[in-house]
Design a protein around this ligand. Structure first.
Ligand code: NAP
Length: 473
């Protein structure tokens, strides 16, 4: 595929091969953008911004609705390319396309609700005779940098609200999964987006990132990815807005009164969705000692039913990791945990890029797999018998995106809701629940700011005050 630069679809002699992580087969190639491309993207995006900011709101909404409609028409094609380039199964990929249609539709709806307010200037002495209001204006060029694990919908989470608010975007998708993002750009242009309002540069973030992030014309860096990359970006960004959607190590507390079968099935799915490459995937499961054995047996037996293999087969439950290198990393973390006393209840093996869904217990708190985001199909079981202690344990790591609790006790549910240190607390479902229009983001190392269309729109626009002195009238 070609990249979108200065309103044209461009090739370069230097190319990047996009491979299917299941078997290493070539899916396609994309150009590798160079320094001149970065310069052109920046100057062209300035022109694109002038065009999109002057579009009426109904026109912006129309473009977003039309893009959602085109995506609906090409759902199968999008799901197939997504399943090929990423590690998602066709079922997971279809789910992502459906969510993307919703993200774009809600962006169209929210474009009509970017509201201001009148300001009571006379609420303080000296303000008599002043009348006015504020409205929200677009901020300019937004640099969107996205990860591999939801390569379509996470791009839409940046493009949808950015265009709804009248901004231009330079998109740098993950190098391993650029194809669905480029296809999304194609349908945006078909839907009538001013072509220079979107530039898509393909190539390594380690090279393209610095000149884009540090450029003063870029008014916001909207980043979704790993903590390490997020830290690099914040260090060099300078004075501009920053949105950081980073990783986590999500905890779930299963209390003794929980609906066991619901807790088991939602935590199994939450642990192994997208082969665990999921920022809100279940990683630490704190289960009450009275139900621990029953929970464990049911969890193991459901995990053993998982069918791993051909991503394009609708009966497959789990695909490979994004690369063999990542699979080897996850395998090494399992071996380290084993050496430090962990028991493997099921799974634990790797073949090429595939890691079996793995359940561990007796995991030392002094292991990487306990302390860091595993981003793979591994879940750790721990026994608890005190609710306060479980909350302390859940809060003990420097991440805080989602946390969950299973209990039938409303008082405990409220206690958890107000004392878990994170962006969302899910009661009676796993951490792996997100509605695309809810405020989404984390605390501590999990990020800065919130996405979720309406909330992204707040970050991607600024209020401007208009004040009239009408004391003469
Ligand atoms: P990553 O390695 O941090 O990469 C994310 C993006 O950053 C890619 O486009 C990458 O480009 C680019 N990048 C790499 N180095 C850069 C640099 N120095 N400057 C600018 N950009 C740079 O993350 P990933 O492995 O793709 O994604 C997994 C992580 O994303 C996990 O930690 C996960 O939890 C997090 N995540 C968070 C959320 C959320 O909403 N909170 C959602 C999904 C994923 P290249 O591909 O070219 O390296």
């Amino acid at each position: 595929m070609k990249m979108l630069l200065d309103g044209k679809w461009e090739e370069r002699s230097k190319k990047i091969t996009v491979t299917n992580p299941a078997d290493g087969s070539v899916v396609d190639t994309v150009p590798q953008a160079n320094e001149d491309d970065v310069k052109l993207a920046l100057s062209s995006a300035m022109n694109g911004f002038e065009e999109i900011k002057s579009l009426s709101v109904h026109k912006r909404a129309e473009i977003l609705y039309k893009t959602a409609e085109l995506l609906k028409q090409q759902k199968k094609e999008f799901a197939t390319i997504l399943a090929k380039e990423s590690s998602k199964t066709i079922t997971e990929a279809t789910g992502e396309v459906n969510r993307c249609i919703n993200t774009l539709t809600v962006s169209a709806e929210e474009s009509k609700r970017i509201l201001g307010e009148t300001i009571p200037f006379d609420s303080f002495p000296g303000g008599e005779g002043k009348k006015g209001y504020y409205y929200r204006f677009p901020i300019g060029i937004i640099l969107a940098i996205t990860p591999f694990n939801d390569p379509l919908n996470l791009v839409a989470h940046k493009l949808g609200p950015a265009f709804a608010g009248g901004n231009a975007v330079i998109l740098k998708p993950a190098t391993v999964t650029p194809l669905s993002a480029l296809k999304l750009a194609e349908i945006f242009i078909k839907a009538g987006l001013p072509p220079k309002a979107l530039q898509v540069l393909t190539g390594p973030g380690s090279k393209l990132g610095q000149p884009l992030i540090t450029d003063k014309r870029v008014r916001m860096v909207s980043f979704t990815g790993g903590v390490e990359t997020g830290e690099k970006i914040t260090k060099i960004a300078g004075i501009k807005k920053i949105g950081m959607e980073l990783g986590s190590d999500s905890p779930v507390i299963v209390w003794k009164d929980a609906d066991l079968s619901k807790a088991v099935s939602s935590c199994v799915s939450g642990s192994f969705w997208a082969a665990g490459q999921n920022c809100i995937g279940v990683q630490r499961l704190y289960v009450h000692k009275d139900i621990y054995n029953d929970f464990k047996q049911q969890f193991i037996s459901q995990t053993k039913e998982y069918k791993i293999g051909d991503k394009l087969d609708e009966t497959t439950d789990m695909g490979p990791l994004i690369t063999e290198k990542e699979a080897k990393r996850v395998e090494a973390w399992i071996r380290e945990a084993e050496q430090k006393g962990a028991r493997i209840l099921t799974g634990g093996n790797r073949t090429d890029a595939f890691v079996e869904p793995t359940v561990l217990e007796n995991v030392s708190e002094n292991t990487t797999i306990h302390k860091e985001e595993v981003f793979g199909p591994v879940v750790n079981l721990y026994q608890i018998d005190d609710f306060e202690d479980a909350i302390k344990k859940a809060n003990s790591l420097p991440y805080g995106l989602h946390a969950a609790v299973f209990t039938e006790n409303i008082n405990l549910a409220f206690k958890a809701a107000y004392s878990l240190d994170c962006g969302s607390v899910i009661i009676n479902d796993s951490t792996d629940y997100r509605l695309d229009s809810m405020p989404f983001g984390g605390v501590k190392k999990s990020g800065i700011g919130r996405e979720g269309i309406k909330f992204s729109l707040q970050e991607m626009t600024e209020p401007k005050v208009i004040c009239f002195d009408v004391s003469k009238t």
